[in-house]
Design a protein. Structure first.
Length: 192
């Protein structure tokens, strides 16, 4: 009987070793599979790194050409500005870069005339700010009140590049107990 017990014992030991060996391989494969899946998925650190390498916005406040943000106060009434337009026109006897910031859009077929002589703004059909910038400085007119300021002051972050003008303007004034203020950012394509 001893040989039979010895044979069963050897068989049991061999089966157990085989089983342990298979279990170990299974767990190794499982770990390898988990590692492979994890490697395919970006870790939070990788996601952050990708967003950090995205190019920074090229326009003030993430605005696109044709957009304005901010408000102006005209005789105490606050008006939100959303649209920005620009073009070259004569103001005060010299060629200027004219920038119009409005609460409502200017129709495409009226834009050239609006930059030239502002009929919609002057008739109160739309409200906004009109800027004229030349070598001598800046002039701004509030519409519809016609309040105006001028001087050699420059816009903040002002730049003209590749027929795109952008800038930031902040000012606070009073005239005869009426409040006039502006805090705006804009990006506009210069119309030809």
């Amino acid at each position: 009987m001893r040989p039979l017990i010895a044979g069963v014992l050897c068989f049991t030991i061999a089966a157990a070793l085989s089983s342990c060996s298979l279990m170990k391989k299974g767990s190794t494969n499982s770990e390898t599979n988990r590692s492979a899946k994890t490697a395919d998925q970006p870790s939070p650190a990788r996601s952050d790194a990708r967003s950090e390498t995205a190019p920074p916005p090229t326009q003030p406040g993430d605005l696109q050409p044709g957009q304005a943000s901010g408000t102006y106060t005209d005789k105490g009434e606050v008006v939100a500005l959303k649209y920005a337009y620009a073009g070259r026109a004569e103001r005060f006897g010299s060629q200027s870069l004219v920038i119009l910031l409005t609460e409502n859009p200017i129709p495409a077929d009226a834009l050239a005339e609006e930059i030239k002589s502002t009929p919609l703004l002057e008739r109160g059909k739309i409200r906004g700010l009109e800027y004229a910038i030349d070598d001598n400085g800046m002039w701004v007119r509030f519409h519809p009140s016609e309040f105006q300021e001028s001087g050699n002051k420059k816009l903040k972050e002002y730049k003209v590049e590749n027929d795109i003008v952008s800038g930031v303007d902040e000012s606070d004034s009073s005239l005869s107990n009426e409040k006039y203020a502006r805090s705006v950012k804009f990006v506009a394509a210069i119309a030809r």
